[in-house]
Write a protein that binds this ligand. Structure first.
Ligand code: GLN
Length: 291
């Protein structure tokens, strides 16, 4: 038997040995999860008050099982089933990319360019985190999310129900089954070059969906296809916003310019790396009238 404090320390040590950087922090998150399941809302104040108490045997069993799984490098979010994004709680599983903090920059860049009532298309929607955040914080937006994976769409629809937002999620290979025109298209597509995937950390390489990561030989496959299809789905001045890899700015800007888009802004992430591109469609033939 051990106290909460001893259990967290010991689990932290085990996770660190397994190669997890902030092992003790993950141990605390796992304890929080176990206690939450039992109706206890764990926070620093609770921990301070109760950490010297003996852990209940059932709690301990559940906790050590999760610590073992985390030690096998299963992502924390797959164990708890959720990830916060834009202050909202999203359900996640092994069929969707875990929402990343960097992607919030894309959402913020999109919100800055919206006034209200726009139709928005999110390609490669995954958990739906981008589209649902836009609908949550924007004004009367109409949202469509597309993904090729039926399992990912199940997750996106569950998130939609939990957040009570009116998005429509469609099974579609990019634009294939998408109807209508949009004022804005957003996407955080798979953008990692195939051969780079093998060098990623175990959690990502072995547990996140390959199809959410793999951007083809040069990582740019989805940008090419989306940029080629986008102007036909929007009027002149419609917005196209992407998350990009840190070294893809020049290549994606060139693709955009080739297809008649004008790059408006490239935004860096908190690490100072290029992360988001916002561009406008300057082609006339994409739509029937100017917006
Ligand atoms: N759009 C989702 C996200 O940003 C999924 C992205 C992906 O699967 N590449 O989290």
């Amino acid at each position: 038997m051990s106290t909460y404090w001893e259990a967290v320390k010991e689990a932290g040590r085990k996770l660190s040995i397994a190669g997890i950087e902030q092992g003790e922090l993950d141990a605390r998150y796992l304890l929080e999860f176990v206690l939450k399941e039992r109706g206890i809302s764990f926070d620093s104040a609770w921990y301070l008050l109760h950490r010297q108490e003996e852990m209940d045997p059932q709690e301990a069993e559940e906790f050590w099982k999760l610590v073992g799984q985390r030690g096998e490098r299963i992502p924390l979010q797959h164990l708890t089933g959720e990830q916060e994004f834009m202050g909202l709680c999203f359900r996640v599983n092994e069929h969707v990319l875990i929402p990343r903090q960097d992607t919030e920059i894309l959402v913020e860049a999109a919100l800055k360019r919206l006034h209200g009532g726009e139709r928005i298309l999110d390609l490669c929607t995954g958990s739906g985190c981008i589209l649902l955040s836009l609908l949550s914080f924007g004004n009367r937006l109409i949202g469509v999310g597309a993904d090729l994976s039926e399992e990912a769409l199940d997750v996106a629809r569950e998130n939609q129900r939990r957040l009570s937002l009116p998005a429509k999620f469609v099974k579609s290979d990019l634009f294939e089954n998408i109807e209508g025109e949009f004022e804005m298209i957003v996407s955080n597509p798979p953008y990692i070059a195939t051969e780079v995937i093998e060098g990623l950390e175990t959690e990502v390489r072995e547990h996140e969906p390959r199809m959410a990561l793999d951007g083809g030989l040069d990582g740019l496959t989805f940008y090419r296809k989306i940029i080629q299809g986008a102007s036909g789905r929007m009027k002149r001045d419609g917005w196209l916003l992407f998350e990009i890899g840190y070294d893809q700015r020049a290549a994606v800007c060139a693709l955009l310019e080739q297809e008649g888009f004008l790059v408006d802004e490239c935004i860096r992430d908190y690490a100072g790396l290029d992360r988001v591109i916002a561009a406008r469609n300057r082609k006339e033939e994409g739509g029937t009238r100017d917006v």
